[in-house]
Write a protein that binds this ligand. Structure first.
Ligand code: CAA
Length: 440
């Protein structure tokens, strides 16, 4: 069976940056290490006033098409995954296709376009859809473009404000892919949850602490489901494990959970069961607080073991490189974690064709999906082709007052003009010039 997977990737970051320890922490009266060590973030990316989910997605897609020498006629499908959509009817992919048609010969009349929604998980689901479409033989030898694009902004003063970000990733999904081939095995953990919602509102209503617990619960279920369709998984099966990364501190928690699950350390688990068995009981029920304390102590001990630290430093930490510098990109987050891993392999001149990645995606609301991917021969050239380091270095560093202004500008209010000047100069790229109006 021909392999199907990610053939090429392109990243577009918002052009502005907010320095979390240097600008955000002093304004909030916080210790900068809450951000650098606790959440694990140095900077957030922000969109300049002429950027939004359409321009960022279109710029990423154009970069991808130019690098691969593609014209609209070559593409059979464009799917956008976003949780920042401003239109409840027309998919964002139509806006992006419209932009691309302005600069290429030909159009996307023939292409199937859609929009996928399941919070941050939707990008992975759009890749799955493209995979299935190709595998079903409905693609007429044409690849799909999957674009993940978000302005992940929270209301000012919300605890989530520290984890904001803005950017897009475009991925070409094709047969015989250059970067990674997708496996057919998947595991899911899915439940109706209300910890993170945007009912007809741009900024989310979030129960942040609960959202962390929901992420971990769905991830544990997805791991169990994944193991039910694969042979037992072992620690050294995976070269890297990119997780959905709202902030690196979240991945530290998820990685420990995954590690505990994979090692199935019966000695430790028995000791934990004994410890829990000794906790005071009410009828047949263990005291909940004592139970949770025993688990916490066990996990705290586990994370100090040399085996865990070596595994984390080798397999998980390298996936967090981009996230530390850009914040949460919602639907793109797991996809920049994958790219971070591949960039780490490139920096170490690692030859790992045929090695496996364990990819753990998550979306609030809530669903986790786990699958594996196999690294393909063309990965090196594709990752070398990225210019994300230059993009990050060129971002404009916002002052606090500028940050407040630009945050206001990005509220999707079609009746309010964007009144402030841009901070950077656009160069040969798509820009937002104003909301279109019907019948005008
Ligand atoms: N030095 C070192 N570490 C410090 C510190 C210091 N001076 N001060 C605090 N910390 C640590 C804390 O101990 C904590 O770490 P642990 O969780 O490991 O204990 C960490 O820094 C964060 O501190 P707080 O918990 O006090 O931070 P907070 O209450 O201000 O907010 C948050 C944390 C609730 C996650 C908030 O950022 C939030 O609401 N974020 C948005 C929701 C979110 O991202 N949820 C993640 C799961 S949902 C998801 O993944 C989908 C998605 O993309 C949104």
């Amino acid at each position: 069976m021909t392999e199907v997977g990610i053939d090429a990737v392109e990243i577009w970051t918002g052009k502005l940056k907010l320095d979390l320890p240097g600008t955000f922490a002093p304004e909030k009266g916080d210790d900068p290490e809450k951000y650098t060590k606790g959440l694990g973030l140095n900077n957030s990316s922000f969109p300049d006033v002429y950027e939004d989910i359409v321009t960022m997605g279109a710029n990423a897609a154009k970069g991808l098409m130019d690098r691969k020498g593609l014209e609209p006629a070559d593409i059979g499908r464009i799917d956008v995954a976003t949780e920042s959509a401003f239109d409840h009817s027309k998919p964002v992919s139509t806006y992006i296709a419209g932009c691309l048609e302005q600069v290429y010969d030909g159009d996307f009349t023939h292409a199937n376009k859609g929009e996928r929604k399941f919070a941050c998980l939707a990008g992975t689901q759009a890749i799955d859809d493209a995979y299935n479409w190709i595998r079903a033989g409905r693609n007429r030898d044409r690849p799909a473009i999957v674009i993940t694009t978000d302005t992940a902004l929270y209301a000012r003063g919300d605890p989530g404000e520290a984890t904001q970000g803005a950017g897009a990733v475009a991925m070409l999904i094709d047969e015989d892919p250059s970067i990674v081939a997708l496996s057919t095995d998947q595991g899911y953990g899915s439940k109706d949850e209300t910890d993170f919602l945007k009912p007809n509102q741009q900024f989310p209503s979030v129960d942040g602490k609960r959202s962390v617990q929901v992420y971990l619960s769905r991830m544990r279920e997805a791991l169990e489901d994944y193991e039910s369709v694969t042979d037992d998984i072992e620690l050294d099966d995976f070269a890297y494990a990119p997780f959905h990364t709202p902030f690196p501190g979240m991945v530290r928690k998820a990685a420990l959970l995954a590690y505990r699950h994979v090692i199935r350390d019966t000695e430790h688990e028995d000791a934990l069961a004994d410890e829990i068995g000794r906790q005071p009981r009410e009828g047949n029920f263990v005291d909940r607080e004592a139970y949770e304390e025993a688990i916490r102590e066990y996990m705290d001990k586990l994370k100090t073991t040399e085996q865990y630290q070596t595994w984390y430093d080798t397999v998980v930490e390298p996936t967090l490189g981009l996230s530390r510098e850009v914040g949460n990109w919602y639907t793109s987050s797991v996809h920049i974690a994958r790219v971070s891993a591949l960039r780490d392999a490139l920096a170490r001149d690692r030859s790992f064709v045929g090695d496996t990645l364990l990819v753990a995606s998550y979306g609030s609301g809530a669903q986790a999906e786990i699958h594996s991917e196999t690294v393909r021969e063309g990965w090196r050239a594709e990752i070398e082709g990225l210019d994300i380091d230059d993009q990050l270095a060129e971002r404009y560093d916002l002052t606090w007052e500028e940050y407040e202004d630009v945050h206001d500008v990005h509220e999707y209010d079609m009746d309010v003009e964007r009144e402030i000047e841009e901070f950077t100069q656009p160069e040969s790229e798509f820009v937002f010039t104003g909301w279109g109006r019907m019948n005008e």
